[in-house]
Ligand binder design. Structure first.
Ligand code: AKG
Ligand code: MN
Length: 205
């Protein structure tokens, strides 16, 4: 597999209060994104997990795979995930993203949004195993979907919206996960599936 173009134009920088966001609209050419998408879609062990919120158990509104170094376990909303070993395609993407972002990761949560009805509700990536000020690198493949961010406490700060196109990379760092929430909204428009990879660094056990 070719490497990504390191053409990635310099990142757009957003520094609203209590957040730090870097956004690269396109770090890989579309033809490569299509190849990566097909590979991941057909080879990953997609799971339909269940989460428990306020005592209610519900299916997660998307499919997902947790992958990482041995010992990189992850828990959220009552769901405990043990890592699948690195798949070659995901490991290649990880190396490129580490180069572009200048951060190291040991795990990734991969989401498959099968249609516009699949989504990801308002949340912060603030689980204890991520530590203080986690750095999250979010890479998208497939359909463009709308990603929103809002401050948790300050209504006077405008929310942010990113249309995450195939090949884009969004890096969230600093206090972003402490003070802001994000979500991936549903859409009534007919859309193709989308795969999103959020690379993370978790404490290993
Ligand atoms: O699909 C996305 O763009 C967001 C994914 C996300 O926030 C997560 O997996 O924690
Ligand atoms: Mn998230």
């Amino acid at each position: 597999m070719n490497t990504f173009t390191s053409v990635a134009a310099p990142a757009e920088i957003y520094t609203p209060p209590d957040a730090h966001l870097l956004f690269w609209p396109q770090i890989a050419p579309e033809s490569m994104c299509q190849q990566l998408y097909s590979k991941l879609y057909s080879t990953l062990p997609w799971q339909q997990d269940q989460i428990t919120i306020y005592g209610k158990t519900l299916p997660v509104p998307r499919l997902q795979v947790w992958m990482g170094d041995p010992g990189a376990h992850y828990q959220y909303s009552g769901l405990a995930l043990s890592p699948h070993p690195w798949n070659q395609t995901v490991a290649t993407i990880k190396r490129q993203i580490e180069k572009i972002s200048d951060h190291q990761f040991n795990s990734v949560l991969i989401n498959l949004y099968r249609s516009g009805q699949d989504s990801n509700g308002w949340h912060s990536d603030n689980e204890p195993e991520l530590g203080e000020n986690p750095v999250i690198a979010s890479f998208s493949l497939g359909a463009t979907r709308r990603f929103r961010l809002r401050h948790k406490y300050r209504k006077d700060i405008l929310p942010y919206t990113f249309d995450l196109i195939s090949g884009s990379l969004l890096l969230m760092s600093g206090a972003t996960q402490k003070y802001w929430q994000h979500c991936l909204t549903k859409t009534a428009r007919p859309v193709e599936p989308r795969i999103n990879l959020t690379f993370r660094k978790v404490a290993t056990t």
